[in-house]
Design a protein around this ligand. Structure first.
Ligand code: SAM
Length: 237
């Protein structure tokens, strides 16, 4: 992967950049995504935010090497603190766990004008992001699921709007867990991911069931059986 050829995962994120947008890529690491978007004129300008020294320096070097410093600003800082409110039309946060992405959005809420599009790519636990989006009144406008190098990735696209529209016609709990667009689409990657997840959850259930009973285990079994029921229902659709 480089600034000319993105991974399938980041390519999918790039597809949701609105043409000519100013993009803020938070947790940019090597800055491949903002460089690709600017080089391909998907974005008119970009901000690459990084909290860690190594990736921050690598993003800076990458942008300088490509002579894109006038169009891409590389900034060091925690989450959305690197941007001004209203500065970006699209905010991308990719390649992290869903709870970290939700945490970045939550702590940086004062930097969101409500007009920007959010393109979020969690590696795991996307439900934390859906919960945050719903709570804050964002509408999910699309979702993708893909497989690359044996791993599953989801991409969530949201804008301020009708938060309930995406969940129309699906059970709310199932929509939150597996994604309202994805559950309606039911593509092969979705079926594969959630069938594996169902098996894994059933195995954990059996192990806890065989362990000495305790209040903690009883609670865990309850949660796992709810998850198993949701997944069975989802895969029956
Ligand atoms: N976004 C790139 C991608 O999808 O390939 C890089 C993903 S990399 C696994 C995650 C990056 O996010 C790391 O470089 C890490 O330093 C950065 N990061 C983690 N927490 C962050 C935060 N709160 N603010 C900014 N960057 C953060």
């Amino acid at each position: 992967m480089n600034e000319l050829k993105l991974s399938k995962r980041l390519q999918t994120v790039a597809e949701y950049i609105t043409k000519g947008a100013v993009v803020a890529d938070i947790g940019s690491d090597h800055a491949y995504l903002p460089c690709y978007c600017v080089l391909n004129r998907l974005a008119s300008a970009a901000i690459a935010g990084e909290i860690t020294d190594g990736p921050f320096l690598s993003a800076k070097q990458q942008v300088e090497k490509l002579q894109l410093s006038s169009l891409i600003s590389v900034r060091k800082g925690d989450g959305l603190e690197v941007i001004e409110k209203g500065e970006a039309d699209v905010i991308t946060i990719a390649g992290m766990g869903g709870s970290l992405i939700a945490h970045i959005l939550k702590t940086g809420k004062d930097k969101l004008s409500g007009k920007e599009r959010l393109v979020l790519q969690p590696n795991i636990h996307a439900h934390h992001i859906r919960e945050w989006l719903y709570q804050e009144g964002y509408a999910l406008i699309n979702e993708e699921i893909l497989e690359e190098d044996g791993k599953y990735y989801e991409v969530l696209v949201a804008e301020a709007g009708d938060r309930d529209a995406a969940y129309d016609g699906v059970s709310f709990a199932a929509g939150m867990l597996v994604g309202p667009f994805l559950v309606k689409e039911q593509n092969d990657v979705f079926i594969k991911k959630w069938s594996q997840e169902l098996k894994h959850t059933e195995n954990i259930y059996r192990q806890i069931e065989a362990a000495p009973p305790s209040e903690e285990n009883r609670q865990k079994l309850l949660e796992l059986s709810e998850r198993i029921e949701i997944l069975k229902e989802v895969l029956r659709r």
